[in-house]
Ligand binder design. Sequence first.
Ligand code: CA
Length: 225
Amino acid sequence: MNILLVEDELALSNAVKKLLEQRGYFVDAVYDGASAVDYATGMDYNLIILDVMLPRLDGFEVLRILRSEGIHAPILMLTARSTVPDKVTGLNGGADDYMTKPFDTEELLARVGALTRRTGEVVVNTAGFEDLTLDIASATLRCGDKSVQLSHKEFEVMKTFLYNPGMTITKDMLINSVWGMESEATDNNVEVYISFLRKKLKFLKSRVGIKNLQKIGYRLEVEPC
Ligand code: CA
């Protein structure tokens, strides 16, 4: 599921991109209207999230060009201006939905979900290994008829394992993907979350365990019966 994100406020763009990627979407971010037209006409997107106030071409202009070029991807407009005339302009111009800034991230995800479903494709919303299934939207880990809610960091750690099946994951990889390159997190943080996850795997009675590979990292493995 590919999304084009057109937003010139870098911090907002990064935050939205990260949020969507956590839910399994692939996101291309561009920061001005002319690039938005280039990307949207060059590639197929399942959804375009389009800010209104943009450098080079504004969002309404981008919308008009895309629709006149026959681009039918759903378009969600983001606007800081909540006045009715702007909303009417957007919807008359062929936008499918709009949100006013600042917006609630859960609401954004709900609308993205609704708009991408409309295209008839299924979002990849689970990841699995052996008897384990991780529900990406709810951060719930399941095994058979048992399930357990993961905390945010536990979820990120488990997702890193499940998105890299069979791979040995080093502590540095986990620190980078879960805490971020510039974080102060250490091996100790990783070990703490690995131990939390091991407890949850035990609770689930999963056959999968997190194997410790001395000085290398960790790997998900099926434990012998
Ligand atoms: Ca803007």
